[in-house]
Design a protein around this ligand. Sequence first.
Ligand code: SF4
Length: 681
Amino acid sequence: MISDAAALFAPGGALARTLPSFEPRPQQARMAQEVAAALASGRHLLIEAGTGIGKSLAYLVPAILWAARDPALPAAERRVVVSTHTRALQEQLVRKDLPLLERALEPLGVSFRCALLMGAENYLCVQRLSELGLTRGDLLEPRLAEVTEALRRHAALAPSGLRSEIPFAIPEAIWERVRRERDICLGARGPFWEDCLYRRDLARSRDTDLLIVNHALFFLDMKSGGRILPPHSAVILDEAHRVDEAVVSQLGLSVSDRSVGRLLEDLGAGQTRRRGRRDAPAAAVAAGSLSGIVPRVEEAADGFFADVRRVAAALARAPGRGERRGEDRGLIARVRQAGVLEDRLRAPLRDLEGALEGRSAEAAPAESLALASLAARARDLRERLAVFLEQRAPDAVYWVECGARRRSSAILHVAPIEVAHVLRPRLFEDGRRVVLTSATLAAGGSFAHLRRRLGLAAASEAILGSPYDFEKQALLYLPATIPDPMTDADGFASGIVRECRRLLRASGGGAFVLFTSYALLQQVHGALARDPDLRDLDLLRQEPGLGSSILEKFRMTRRGALLGTMTFWQGVDVPGDALRLVIITRLPFEVPGHPIAEARAEAIRARGGDPFTEDSLPEAILTFRQGFGRLIRSRDDRGLVAVLDPRLATRPYGAAFLESLPRCRRTESLDDAEQFLRALR
Ligand code: SF4
């Protein structure tokens, strides 16, 4: 099987015969071989596959051959799960790569069944649909009654909860109220589990050889002890540089004023809230025994989250505490012990839960389940609050986060400090073969950092470089005269503005300017926006929550200059000359003071390690490589990467950053850089 996988990628092989534009790439064939060998041997595999290798086909082919190797074997021993971080990659696999492979492999007698499970927001939730039935028609959404009735009819017969399979349009405002929400979904603990459409999609996935999921679902399954996905013998984690983050998010929990607000709105309280009549009884519950309790919960929630905001501000002001000005200039502050917040919300939530259970017991069957699910949601919120307030979870970090805008949310977070001790027994030592791949996984040519972080003791390893010719396609510009950001922040900011001006003028746009802080982004944006010589450019500034629409705008123009923070360092693909300049303003060390980074550093120190070399530096190198990787996305791309942080040359660790990049031409001369960019226009 190992040689079969590689042979399919050879000149004149099955892929070349099916896809006329197929170009044989040795790295792609090698990757297919490595994945096939890992599946056959049962060893885990870490494989970095540089941009342009065509890694998705390189792992799908051996995965399919593995799943189809012996139809007599039980499905669980053949099934492979492929997990990605982004929806874009899921769609590429399902709509492009797998249909192509179906055609290519059919003449060889290889067939396979595959299914896709998408992120939560793509599914209709019958529990929420039923809860919506408890409320009276919403004056703000005149089509609510008509659409919910149609959805009810659809849900009664539908084999799938996927939105794309609903045969009529649903206004976004209504979809938001009936879609599956992670924060609300009770899974098998809820009363609608038997009728759950999402569960039907999960059940269908049992008839497959290959299952495409996202990291959120994959690690939710791991957390549930494998109760969600069908048993499988292998998993391929693509975009594996996001695994750590996905595990933290699935194993952690959060509670926000919005979580509580959503429960109250689903009880009908939202209608009165939105109209500003806080004292008016909630529409759905006015007639029953809840009319006194709902306003009490609302009042308690308002008071509790006002406390959260006050505590966040006070903690953030205290010396040595974790304040961070995020994308929306909000506050993040670690809470180190129980008792910092007054426990004034749990008791009203318990009363609400009891009253809803009481009403559910008396109600007619149609309403009874919806009331029971609302009771279960109140209990779930109360239990999550308990975890935060009592701080009993071992190896966890607790923090509060508040947006700076008046209407932004206040959130309590709990997250595991390290994921290694969870992943080791539940993923790497439970008998499954695990392949981790991404264009960027190694720091300084080594996977040591990733293995330590994820708890992966033994694995085969391979680093496959990009087939692109960076010597010809890219120029790296490293200016020699910018002040150090640590000792002269103002001089550094002025230097960034000066360099950006000249580089953007020379390129005429087509640029990403990547920042690590929103404050510096705003400062530079302000200065560039006032420059009359840049008036012809479309200067785009990342705003909180506008990542994808701003990217669409950028793609439409050749004259765009997009100033972005961490969202734009990775996973953003702009091939062609729409992007010909990437400016990295500062080395992407994690912002000090974020509670998870701080707690992780404490844990490393406690083991006698050095948090900088073990964690901060390799993480920064990986992000740096991701930022650099935005530039060359196809064989025809040409462009310049400017790294404006002088620490690359002045600090001992600078060399590690430079050595991590593909070999390409370098210059310290701004004139050379400008000339190169003008030639690209
Ligand atoms: S388990 Fe319940 S809450 Fe979750 S999607 Fe299904 S019906 Fe909705």
